[in-house]
Structures are given as C-alpha cells and as structure tokens.
Design a protein around this ligand. Structure first.
Ligand code: NAD
Length: 444
C-alpha cells in the first residue's frame, strides 16, 4: 500500500489530501500539522475551514484511509510520498522583506524530513514557492542524510477557495514537474499514477521542475492581472458613463479573451495573489529584469487604487465625512463561500471608514467574531471608535434581506455601496436607496 503524508493541514493540505483519499481507497493518507488545534478540528465535526462539499468528502474517508495527526515525524518517516503544503507568506524582515517568499516553514519541514527518513522518498512541493526552490530543498535533504534518495517534484495547487472541492474533483489540469533523469521520471510517474485514479491523462501535464514552479506564480499573476485590468476599466467607465458589466460582456464574447474572471469589484484579496505577485517581482529583480518587475507591480498598484477609490467614493458620497455615521459591512471574508479573511479588501475598507470615525458594524456568516477581532487588531485599528460585530449565523444571511425594512430604519438619504456588483440596484433604487455599483452609472 502506498503511503502518503502531507505536511500542513491548511486550506490546501486538508482539502487536497481528502480528495486523494476519497478517490484512492487503497492509498493511506495522513495529514500532519504542528498546530494541535487545527488537527483537533480536522478530527472533529467542525472542520477548521469552510469549503462547500468538504464535510462530506472528509466524512466519507476519515478513519478509513484518511487520518489527521500531530505526530509529524512518525508519519513522515513511514511515507513513500511526502507532500509539503506549509505556508509560504511574504517575508517581513531581512533580505527581500515585503516581496520575497518566506521559506522558513519549508526549510524546517525539509530538515525534519532529512532527520527522520530511513527510506527513499518522493518530496512534493505543494506550497507555492519561488522558481528554483527545489534546488535548495535538494541541498538541504541530501546534505543532511546519508544513503537516501530524494526525488523532488513540483506539483503546484490551482484550486480556488470557495470551489476547492469542485476544482479538485475536476481540475483543469494537474501539473507535475520533475528532474529529467531516470529517477526523476520514475517519481513523476508514481505521482501521475495517484492522480490517474480520477484525472484524465490528457489533463495531467508533466514539465521540468522550473517550469512547474514558475507556472504557479505565472497563473496567479495572470488571474490577478485580469482583475486589475477590469477594475482599471471600471474607473474609466465611471468617469465616462460606460457600464463595466456591458463592457465585460462585450469583450468577453471575443473568444480570444473569454468571459470568465471579468467581474469588476472592490479589488482582489486572499492569501495568494498579492504574495505571489510580490514574489514574482522579487524574482524578476533578482534576475536583472526590473522592467518586467515593474510590469507586475502595476497589478498590485491598481488593486490598491481600486480599494482606496471605493472608500473615497463612500466618504465623498456621504457629504465628505462618515464621522459618527453608522455603516454596516456585509461580508468580511475575501470572497464568497469561504471564511478566509487573509488580505481581504474588507480590512482596507474598514480601515478607511474607521479612519474617518464611522461607526462600523460587520457581518459575515462564515467568519467568527473572534476572527474579525483578531484581523482588526492585527491591522492596528483605532479602537476609540465604536465597532459592532454581529454574531455569526449562517441561516440569517441566507435569507433574503428585507431592504424595504432596512430603508425605513435608515437616515435619509440612504446609501448602498456594492463592492461586488451583486445587489439588484434597480430594485433598491425603486425603494429609494442611492446605489453605487462599481463601474456603473449612478442612475443604473
Ligand atoms: P495555511 O496557512 O492554511 O496552512 C499551512 C499549514 O502548515 C498550517 O496549518 C501550519 O501550522 C502548517 N505548518 C507550517 N510549518 C509546518 C511544519 N514544519 N510542520 C507541520 N506543519 C506545518 O496555508 P494554505 O492556504 O493551505 O497554503 C499553503 C500553501 O499553498 C502556500 O504556499 C500557498 O501559497 C499555497 N496555495 C494556497 C492556495 C489557497 O487558496 N489557500 C491555493 C493554492 C496554493
């Protein structure tokens, strides 16, 4: 029986391994983590992350061939294939601070693998890492153990939070990069056989190691660039009377452009896009390519601009100040169908409004009050201003909001600022709201 161990039971490690376990009943999969609360949650009825469909998948195979454990060393030692899915955040200090990926967690995982391994291992980079990381990992592993053959593979994860299970069941592609040596090819083949249990062969792409590592950064940079492109266009739409939804539809009909990922919004968030672009920028700079670095930097600049543009619109619409005014924020996670608040644009919006002394209430059915408190504290908010956190209750928000009742209870004029273009602006205008939708004329 092939044994798989995954180091890191986070948003990627947990769901990816659960899907491998459910699709490959003959493979034992153990997900390990140094965080006991996280492992306890994976072993409980309340999983540590929210993803549609995840509960069912975990329930189908937990205790059968899927296990969660804090006994990291034991399970790493026993595994044939080790996925490493630890966090790789942006460095906050030292060389490359603010841009480069922090590989501390990766390095300590690699050193631990070298310490405990007694048999040959395939080590798979599941985390997003800078191109050429496999070279460093190889050095750490081979210099710290004797007589063991390590094959490093790059198998970046392309799932999107909110649709992780769907993406894992039906991936557009699975990418595996390995060394172009006989041992390297054998390792690639072994991992291919795992995915072949449910992914059609034509969707499993194999490349050299560096192409696979770089493809993940490139994919995220292209996706974020698309959001910044449509958001840049939304500003021009507002200035000219064009409607960004109509523009998106019109350009998306061009088969070379395609209709997906063309929604204007308050800006992208999440733990990946900004971090991976900064990482790309750093790699370009280190490789003597400042012009290429500047090109990608602009994607982040536009995103920051979009968030501040939104806040400025709220404040300027409300007669240039929100001081003492009550503002309700619906939704705090970085997008729908997730409880993940890492780098959420909502934090920037809160910051802007609280900076102007608004009274802010926050509501999100998937985010706990504790989490919101932690995020706000981490972002050094001024706590002098009243802040009201609504207790979370998924059932409450899933009901339709009674906008007429909300309108009746509000001071007039009553405003709705839609950072995702999801409300029925026409209906709300009929009730009497002034509605601002990103990239659209104020009168619809
Ligand atoms: P996460 O923070 O949710 O999970 C990482 C886990 O690794 C944590 O639980 C942490 O305790 C654990 N960990 C760290 N060091 C460890 C060690 N030495 N031993 C055991 N456990 C250790 O992060 P995530 O969102 O799952 O992301 C993981 C990686 O995948 C990152 O590189 C990220 O860029 C990449 N990625 C994320 C997404 C996403 O949507 N979140 C998508 C694709 C790729």
């Amino acid at each position: 029986m092939v044994k798989i161990c995954c180091i890191g039971a986070g948003y990627v490690g947990g769901p990816t391994m659960a899907v491998i376990a459910v699709k490959c009943p003959a493979i034992e999969v153990v997900v390990v983590d140094i965080s006991k609360p996280r492992i306890d949650a994976w072993n409980s009825d309340k999983l540590p992350i929210y993803e549609p469909g995840l509960d069912e998948v975990v329930k189908a195979c937990r205790g059968r061939n899927l296990f969660f454990s804090t006994d990291v060393e034991k399970h790493v030692a026993e595994a044939d294939i080790i996925f490493v899915s630890v966090n790789t955040p942006t460095k906050t200090r030292g060389l490359g601070a603010g841009k480069a990926a922090d590989l501390t967690y990766w390095e300590s995982a690699a050193r631990m693998i070298a310490d405990v391994s007694k048999s040959d291992k395939i080590v798979v980079e599941k985390s997003t890492v800078p191109v050429k990381t496999a070279e460093a990992i190889e050095k750490i592993l081979t210099h710290n153990s004797k007589g063991i053959n390590y094959q490093i593979l790059s198998n970046p994860e392309f799932l999107a939070e909110g649709t992780a299970i769907e993406d894992l069941f039906k991936p557009d592609r699975v990418l595996i990069g390995g060394r172009e040596t006989p041992e390297g090819r054998k390792a690639v083949q072994a991992l291919k056989e795992v995915y072949a249990h449910w992914v059609p062969e034509e969707n499993i792409i194999t490349t050299n190691l560096w192409s696979a590592e770089l493809s993940k950064l490139a994919a995220n940079a292209f996706l974020a660039q698309r959001i910044s492109s449509v958001n840049a266009m939304s500003a021009l739409c507002e200035a000219t009377g064009a409607n960004v939804s109509e523009v998106s539809y019109a350009i998306g009909k061009d088969s070379r452009i395609g209709p997906k990922f063309l929604n204007a919004s308050v800006g992208f968030g999440g733990s990946c896009f900004q971090k991976d672009i900064l990482n790309l920028v750093y790699i370009c700079e280190c490789n003597g390519l400042p012009e290429v670095a500047n090109y990608w930097k602009q994607v982040i600049k536009i995103n920051d601009y979009q968030k501040s543009r939104f806040v400025n619109r709220v404040v300027s619409s409300m007669f240039n100040t929100v001081s003492g005014k009550k503002v309700a924020i619906l939704g705090f996670a970085f997008k729908k169908d997730t409880g993940d608040t890492r780098e959420t644009p909502a934090i920037d919006v809160c910051k802007g409004l609280l900076g102007d002394k608004a009274h802010v209430s926050i509501y999100d059915p998937e985010v706990t009050e504790d989490q919101i408190q932690r995020d706000l504290a981490m972002n050094k908010f001024d706590w002098d201003h009243p802040m009201h956190l609504q207790p979370t209750s998924p059932s409450a928000i899933k009901q339709e909001l009674d906008y007429q009742k909300i309108f009746d209870n509000m001071q007039k004029p009553a405003f709705v600022f839609d950072g995702r273009n999801v409300v029925d602006a026409e209906k709300l205008r009929e009730i009497g709201f002034i509605v601002y939708s990103i990239g659209k004329p104020l009168d619809g």
